[in-house]
Design a binder for this molecule. Sequence first.
Ligand code: HEC
Ligand code: HEC
Length: 344
Amino acid sequence: MRLLGIFCFLCVFLSCQEDAEQEKKYTYLDLEIPENFPLPVYDIANNRPTQEGFDLGKKLFYDGRLSSTGVISCGFCHIQEFSFTHHTHIVSHGVNGALGTRNAQGLQNLIFMKEFNWDGSVPHLDAQPIVPITTEVEMNESITNVLEKLKADPQYVEDFEKAFDNGEIDTENMLKALSQFMMMMVSADTKYDRVMRNEGSTFNTEEQQGKTLFDTKCASCHSGVLFTDQSFRNNGLPIDPQYNDIGRKRVTGQDNDLYKFKVPTLRNIAITFPYMHDGRFSTLKDVLDHYDNGVANTENIDPLFVNENGLGIPLTENEKDLIISFLNTLTDDNFILDSRFSEF
Ligand code: HEC
Ligand code: HEC
């Protein structure tokens, strides 16, 4: 009987503790998945975005203190106006102007992605920020130092307190907050989407013809509403002796991954120039010229580019213009102007 009493006491005690934790009030954010989109890959239930966590993530995203020099924030290389790319920079540059070797990717629809970076080196969105923070040519800082800086700031102490049950300023919470900010970046309000969802928009003749060409010539890799099948492939870029980036092989060590890169999304592509992992092309016309007559027979070239007449995807000048008209329907003006994501 007495044992039972102690047991009950323990239960009450434990549930009291739980209540204390639950007392924290969060404003949960609605993460609407557009009806023409697939299910998210990111386990949202495990890090449900709240206003408090999102605001903290946004503050971290735009805070130069995440870098060793105090001035290079995530937002320095990921500029909203250009769908979070490092506009005009062929390869991104970080602390003290140090040059990286790759073009900064856009940030959008990340919760639908299985792997991150051009070579898929990061398998989870929460782990992604560790790479830029600790990379010498990017933010060149250690996570320990970043956490120390945050702990020294009473405002951050309060922000973490508000955003998380345990209120700790630690790696897990910092990464979760950054993810809460980035997971809300769903870009699905383009002309293309409005046509696909029958929301009253229609393609003009060029856009429609461009779409038909795109569907037959490009969509085997740039497939579905995300415009990527998320595979790694070699699209025949001539080897650049300056960087000689080995691509996916860097991750797997496998020779058959040499020169393969993640098929990138084409959403917001009109505004995310320059193009390719090393930013070698400045216009969409350059990209289409590459597919038409610039494809090089490097190791592991994708079989789709090898045909009886040679290499690449033959395209007339008119066909290139039509495809570009279609690609221009993939720009989401509301996303790049969305004040939820802007620095100020
Ligand atoms: C110095 C410029 C720079 C800074 C600063 C930077 N990034 Fe990046 N980011 C890049 C580059 C370049 C890539 C592509 C890297 C690669 O492929 O190896 C990238 C890739 C990414 C990706 C992967 C996108 C995808 O589609 O796979 C995410 C997410 C990301 N960055 C988030 C962040 C966050 C969060 C921060 C701040 C903690 C940050 N970045 C800071 C340049 C930068
Ligand atoms: C066999 C697969 C494949 C096909 C077919 C293909 N692409 Fe690509 N595409 C890729 C890969 C892989 C990359 C990234 C290559 C890199 O950066 O090394 C890419 C990159 C691009 C980029 C640059 C994106 C960026 O963010 O920098 C554009 C634009 C593009 N492709 C458009 C097209 C168009 C238009 C077609 C049809 C004419 C097409 N692609 C056909 C695989 C393909």
